[in-house]
Design a protein around this ligand. Structure first.
Ligand SMILES: *Cc1c(COP(=O)(O)O)cnc(C)c1O
Length: 392
């Protein structure tokens, strides 16, 4: 059995390699910045989700040190045993205030938050309705819940409505990325909420890429629409703390009854060691920077506008995203890899994103911008892409 298995795995690996689908890891030697060091060489990087440039901010490093001195390094237990610290508590209160929901609950990661919410709230007699381009963690959550799993075409509210009308499920949960992680576009949240209110469904909004970046003072995408009832009791708002917030972790914000149910039922909350309190202490500082340093969001807007403007006449096109996620569609996986590798030879890192992460034939370079990029950084990327567009 085992030699066979090893042989099969080797075969699969060869097939992946032939199809340009082999994935490999970069090993960073220093901190996450716009210029990173790999194997002794410096690269200009457009890869991270550290949109505001907080991951290596001196004030956050200092907060982490202070947090470690106060709370130690390891939480030592799960939240329901003895791993729940005052820093967790303070951060949950701060997030509830910042997002305007009655209560918030911290999870160790966004993946675990999505798994926890969906499996705690729906089961066999229920149905989940999901945008086809949602993040993998939402899909996995739905499968694990054993609820009926309906995936509707990307952004298609009329198909979603037909399916909601037809559903006989006891409980219905609609879930979507708010900012789609590989496309950078924004879900029609007003329309989704209207449908959820009409058909008595829960609306789980995953704002991993909007929190900190979009909305007034970075309060998240729901704060970027004037007419939207962001405090509807139908909404469960989830976001991560390892992207724009620059640290680690995730939270869910919602009505108190929902949060209390998660504490009692969410297995990815209950059966895992709490995140070190020093990280929550650090995120408290990060929230202050998010709220008060508007220049980071302004700078991002300028950089996005510059990139879109300068890449207009390229043979590859950017998707119509207004967020710091700027995907350049190349098409075939091999070609996307080739462009990514050629940029790397020029000292520029932009990841190629291939199926199954994105639909077949839409392999792309996922350019992600940080408030700490300079105009010259953008110009260097644009020059590299222009040269490659002529050559390949
Ligand atoms: C990154 C991401 C997650 C997972 O968050 P982690 O904290 O990295 O586990 C969930 N949903 C979306 C849309 C994401 O982009």
């Amino acid at each position: 059995m085992c030699p066979d298995l090893i042989e099969q795995l080797r075969e699969q690996q060869l097939v992946r390699e032939r199809n340009g689908l082999l994935r490999s890891r970069l090993t960073l030697e220093g901190s996450q910045e716009t210029h990173i060091s790999i194997a002794g060489r410096e690269f200009l990087a457009f890869c991270s989700n550290d949109y505001l440039g907080l991951a290596s901010h001196p004030a956050l490093i200092e907060a982490a040190c202070v947090g470690a001195k106060q709370y130690g390094v390891g939480a030592g237990a799960s939240h329901l045993i003895s791993g729940h610290f005052s820093a967790h508590h303070l951060l949950e209160e701060a997030i509830a205030r910042f997002t305007g929901f009655p209560k918030a609950l911290l999870f160790s990661t966004g993946y675990m938050a999505n798994v926890g919410v969906v499996t705690a709230l729906v089961g066999r007699d229920d149905a989940v309705f999901a945008d086809r381009l949602n993040h993998a963690s939402l899909n996995d959550a739905a499968l694990l819940s054993r609820a009926e799993f309906n995936r509707y075409p990307h952004l298609d509210l009329s198909v979603l409505e037909q399916r909601l009308v037809a559903s006989k499920a006891r409980r219905k949960l609609v879930m979507t990325d708010v900012v789609f992680s590989m496309d950078g576009n924004i879900a029609p949240v007003s329309g989704l909420l209207a449908l959820c209110e009409k058909y008595k469904a829960i609306l789980l909004l995953d704002d991993a890429h909007g929190f900190g970046v979009l909305g007034k003072q970075g309060r998240g995408t729901l704060f970027s629409f004037d007419t939207f009832n962001r405090h509807s009791s139908h909404i469960i708002y989830m976001a991560t703390l390892g992207k724009a917030a620059g640290v680690f972790g995730a939270f869910v914000a919602a009505q108190s009854e929902i949060i209390e149910t998660l504490i009692q039922n969410a297995r990815s909350y209950i059966y895992t060691t709490a995140t070190p309190a020093l990280l929550s202490h650090t995120v408290l500082k990060s929230l202050e920077l998010i709220e008060h340093e508007e220049w980071r969001r302004e700078k991002l807007k300028q950089l996005v506008a510059k990139l879109k403007n300068e890449l207009q006449l390229l043979r590859w096109t950017l998707l119509p995203s207004t967020t710091p996620i700027q995907p350049l569609i190349i098409g075939r996986s091999e070609d996307a890899m080739q462009v990514s590798n050629a940029l790397r030879e020029r000292g520029i890192l932009v990841p190629a994103i291939r199926p199954p992460t994105v639909p077949k034939g839409t392999a792309r370079l996922r350019i992600s911008l940080s408030a700490l990029h300079s105009e010259e950084d953008i110009e260097r990327l644009v020059m590299g892409l222009r040269e490659l567009a002529q050559k390949t």
